[in-house]
Design a protein around this ligand. Structure first.
Ligand code: GLC
Length: 496
């Protein structure tokens, strides 16, 4: 059994600001099913600490790291058999609200220190310096919050193999150069080839430069991030490492997201018997105060930011509603307590629109997981005009629920949504556009509505969508191949 330490700053259902949390819960479990011994390492945020109390977690170790008193607790990720280790450092992690920002939406001032410490604790564990009997063979880090870990490992001649997964290249963990001085890293790691990004310390470069392999969450995004358009200033580095960079598509939790068994739905349906989807729609309209009509019901779920194409969506909104269509929007609900003013701006504007279009547009600003399930199940079409999308999970939820996605053809969206007009009837499962603007979005919406009017064709598209394989099985195998490859290489390097 290969031992993998899966290092992440979010995991569902304990702490979630985005898709990273979903992946961090499902991938380790799927790897467990194919014989891996996976332990998740997570900072001791309040929800995690509550779990350690309620679940009677085991005290594994007490460490002093850079004069911080750190305790390591072991429990299981709720609802799974996966081992979870929690890095308890009250001073740094036991704070209310968002893991990265305070109640005013400002990043915590000591974020660099918080995630440097997290990485250092991970390195101690991985190098067998935490007094534990379990030592990983592979350390799998995710996003900038754990990206310094491979840097610390590199200081040691005997280290486990490392994989770094990019869930979003735009989040880089940038801090002023003087932050670097306090981290005890060799001076030589401050160079443009290593941790310096235009005069700033970029945590993400730790993962990108120092890991044995880089992965990202779709083949499409893996290609795109080697270009200036999507590379966020890191395209040259990614191009140089292109032979060690792979895109592995995310799966979804097919137990939680199953229209035949979804505990959040008032009615259940599946690809063979889709009739009750209409009942879900009826109830959703009732719940959201939307009129009961024959017109199509669209939905949008997620953060209301420009990156998700909210400006294009605002532009096409009047045309969509004038046609009699309806739109149910559910925002992430993080903006009021945290997040950017940009997100706040779109939320406020959409909220105002909802008042102008009662019965046709519903806007909910809250993180309400159950409602997201009901919105996706009850809608006919799902809008996802993201400007960039490393993988995207909502389109996969939509596909599985027969809620046909309309997407910008980028990243993971282009790997999962196959346009009716470009593909054989066998696999066509949605609609996509190539030109990134509002006009293309609108004409794609209009094209989709034509298909929507033809019941038989629509049913066929829904069937294609609902019968696709969105489980983690395939992707977990690809990660497994990757782990085995790097393990074989390292053995070769040590003995060769
Ligand atoms: C980030 C990306 C999203 C991806 C998710 C999980 O949230 O924006 O596209 O699906 O991470 O990898």
């Amino acid at each position: 059994m290969t031992r993998v330490l899966f290092v992440t700053s979010e995991v569902h259902p304990l702490v979630r600001t985005g898709g990273l949390a979903d992946v961090s819960a499902s991938l380790p479990e799927a790897l467990g099913h194919i014989g891996y011994d996976v332990t998740i390492l997570l900072p001791g945020y309040p929800a995690a600490m509550e779990l350690t109390r309620d679940a009677g977690a085991l005290h594994k170790a007490r460490l002093w790291v850079d004069s911080y008193d750190v305790n390591l607790w072991q429990t299981r990720l709720p609802g799974t058999a996966v081992t979870l280790w929690i890095v308890d450092c009250a001073q740094l992690f036991r704070r209310p609200g968002n893991p990265y920002q305070n109640a005013e939406g400002q990043p915590w001032k000591d974020n660099a220190r918080r995630f440097q410490l997290f990485a250092k604790v991970g390195a101690k564990i991985a190098l067998g310096k935490a007094g534990l009997s379990w030592i990983p063979e592979v350390v799998h880090c995710n996003d900038w919050q754990s990206a310094l870990l491979p840097v610390y490992l590199e200081l040691s001649s005997e280290r486990p193999s490392t994989v770094f997964t990019v869930h979003n290249l735009a989040s880089q963990g940038l801090f002023p150069q003087d932050t670097f001085q306090n981290f005890g890293l060799p001076e030589k790691s401050w160079s443009y080839d290593l941790l310096d990004l235009k005069g700033q310390l970029a945590f993400i470069k730790g993962g990108l430069v120092f890991s044995d392999r880089i992965t990202t969450v779709s083949p499409g995004y893996a290609e795109e991030i080697q270009t200036p358009e999507f590379g966020c200033g890191l395209e040259d580095l990614l191009y140089q490492r292109r032979h060690e960079l792979t895109g592995i598509l995310n799966g979804i939790d097919t137990r939680a997201w199953d229209p035949e068994n979804d505990a959040h739905l008032p009615h259940h349906y599946g690809p063979e018997d889709i009739k009750s989807k209409r009942l879900c729609r009826f109830q959703l309209r009732q719940e959201l105060g939307l009129e009961q009509t024959d017109a199509a019901l669209f939905c949008f779920a997620g953060r209301m930011v420009k990156g998700k194409g909210l400006d294009w969506l605002s532009d096409v909104l009047p045309a969509l509603l004038k046609r009699g269509c309806q739109l149910a929007m559910i925002g992430a609900g993080t903006a009021s307590q945290a997040s950017s003013s940009e997100e706040r701006k779109f939320e406020v504007a959409m909220d105002q629109h909802a008042r102008d279009w009662p019965g046709q547009l519903s806007v909910t600003i809250a993180y309400d997981e159950a409602l997201v399930h009901r919105v996706i199940a009850g809608s006919d079409l799902l809008l996802m005009p993201s400007r960039f999308e490393p993988c995207g999970l909502n389109q996969l939820y939509g596909l599985r629920y027969g809620t046909i996605p309309i997407v910008n053809r980028v990243g993971g969206l282009r790997d999962t949504v196959f346009d009716v007009s470009n593909n054989s009837g066998e696999i066509a499962n949605g609609f996509s556009f190539d030109i990134p603007d509002a006009a293309a979005l609108l004409s794609t919406i209009e094209r989709a509505l034509k298909y929507y009017e033809s019941r038989r064709t629509w049913r066929r598209i829904q069937e294609n969508a609902m019968t696709g394989d969105y489980s983690w099985n395939r992707s977990a195998r690809l990660y497994s191949d990757l782990y085995q490859n790097i393990l074989a290489e390292r053995q070769h390097a040590i003995w060769g």
